[in-house]
Design a protein around this ligand. Sequence first.
Ligand SMILES: C[S@@+](CC[C@H](N)C(=O)[O-])C[C@H]1O[C@@H](n2cnc3c(N)ncnc32)[C@H](O)[C@@H]1O
Length: 287
Amino acid sequence: MAVRPQRSAGLTAASTSGGDAVELQLLLEGVFRQYGFDFRQYAPASLKRRVARRIQAEGVTTITGLLERVLHDPAAMERLLLDLSINVTAMFRDPTFYVAFRNRVVPLLRTYPFTRIWIAGCSTGEEVYSLAILLTEEELYDRTRIYATDINEAVLDRARAGVFPLDRMREYTDNYIRAGGTRSFSEYYLAKYEGALFDRRLTENVVWAQHNLVQDRAFQEFTAILCRNVMIYFDRPLQNRVHELFHESLERFGILCLGHKETIRFTAFEHSYQELDPQEKMYRRIR
Ligand SMILES: C[S@@+](CC[C@H](N)C(=O)[O-])C[C@H]1O[C@@H](n2cnc3c(N)ncnc32)[C@H](O)[C@@H]1O
């Protein structure tokens, strides 16, 4: 009797050479068991695209081929991690968010003698430098500590260095102006060769740390948490778990900021927050 697959989904011939959903699950399981990174509840559509790209870049033909390489070669795992974690970011990304932060969040932060802000999933740090600039201009930086975390140590190293591509400074200057910046953006960096080296004072009150939102627990109580453009890659149950972590980590009346395409609505914590700015996905914990 011929054995036929009962179900076929996942990476098909269109994206790789004959992989399928079972292979993808095995890859994620292998990565988790060998390296401890848990991508098993990330949204499948984006995972499939990333894995297909890595298969091609590694010169293998199937997901199983990729799994074998990753299990025996930690450098291949690092490359896969960079693909899976999706690190796209920008300074003053979505400038209207920063305008709303100045108008709605800053007045609340002023009422505290000292604030702790967690930027979860900070990638290469552009968001952290942007917030540090905003808080400096609002004269709040000296009484703030920013905890900037990401699952990926390699991007945190780049964030710590604070050198960003010079060819993006025009875009960032434009974002900064649209975000309500009050100075000249070039005051904040020194142009050197190909890079713009950002003022070290902007990171004086920043603690950089590796933290995995899927597996690690709360580590502080925060006045505000920014987690933008991270949970969009998680499935619904995982989003709920991360919201539980944020709820646990926020002080009462603390502020939660999500990305433009994310929302607290339809999660288990919808009723624990009041909308501060629905458009900009800013919420205040009320219970
Ligand atoms: C698209 S970037 C967003 C960067 C920044 N927040 C922004 O909005 O520009 C997503 C970041 O989330 C991080 N990330 C993905 N899964 C994570 C996890 N389980 N724990 C912590 N960070 C994670 C990735 O490494 C990546 O740097």
